[in-house]
Design a protein around this ligand. Structure first.
Ligand code: UDP
Length: 241
């Protein structure tokens, strides 16, 4: 009963999840709570890789709508994810959780470059690995990065942590009172129905590589543990049909 369902996971934290209710910047309370939830699952022996977003600081699309070249704006977004990753590393290490940040764009003075085999080695040694700077390419998202890294490190599942949203709904529950939550979904349904779970590149990558995804509410403490122990919360997006 006390055995975790998963051995190796990718946890996708959007920038928003680090911002808390303010919606922007980094909340030290929120990041502390996230770090303690991550610590809890590492103590169960689960290998945890984290992909951190940057939307709480900068999004490429918003920058380009203000006239900045899209690729440049996206690089700025990738740098935002590095700031978030360092903040999370700091919070984890203050709780004595050994953590390595690996960046897809080299910045050796502050983090290791992304090296797949090295990342896996860290995980095997019980270190949390934070993947920063997306996948290093503009026109991608950190959701795509989560899908790519999960495939590369052979993670069994992607845990997509949402702020105050407890799964995937048929419509926006804030606007449509008839909206209902999906218990399970397939990537094909996400793509066909245009559901805003993750972008289509990320969905396709997960579908092609048969990686399941669980969308759940991170704002409720203990939820990462519940998911890891196999409790059905949120929405499960099945890898295969
Ligand atoms: N980004 C990118 N390539 C990547 C990952 C991210 O160009 O591989 C940029 C993109 O501009 C994006 C920003 O970084 O808007 C922040 O990432 P994202 O929007 O995925 O963060 P989240 O929504 O999870 O906070």
């Amino acid at each position: 009963m006390n055995t975790p369902k998963y051995r190796r996971v990718v946890l996708k934290l959007s920038g928003e999840a680090l911002a808390g209710d303010r919606g922007y910047g980094i909340s030290s309370d929120v990041i502390g709570s996230l770090a303690s939830q991550i610590k809890e699952i590492t103590e169960l022996g689960v290998q945890v890789a984290v992909v951190v977003g940057g939307g709480n600081i900068w999004r490429g699309i918003q920058g380009s709508s203000r006239g900045i070249d899209r690729a440049t704006a996206d690089y700025m977004g990738m740098l935002a994810t590095v700031m978030n990753s360092l903040a999370l590393q700091d919070a984890l290490e203050r709780m004595d959780v050994p953590t390595r940040v690996q960046t897809s764009i080299e910045m050796r003075q502050i983090a290791e470059p992304y090296i797949r085999r090295r990342a896996i080695r860290h995980l095997e040694k019980g270190r949390v690995v934070i993947f920063a700077a997306g996948n290093g390419n503009p026109f991608f998202s950190t959701d795509t990065t989560a899908a790519l890294r999960a495939a590369e490190i052979e993670a069994e599942v992607i845990l997509m942590a949402k702020n105050n949203v407890d799964g995937v709904y048929t419509a926006d529950p804030g606007k449509d009172p008839t909206a209902s939550k999906y218990e399970t979904l397939t990537y094909l349904e996400i793509l066909n129905k245009g559901l805003k779970v993750m972008d289509s590149t990320a969905s396709s990558l997960c579908m092609d590589n048969n990686i399941p995804l669980i969308v759940f509410n991170i704002s409720e403490p203990g939820n990462i543990r519940r998911v890891i122990m196999g409790e059905h919360i949120g929405t499960l997006v099945k890898g295969s049909m």
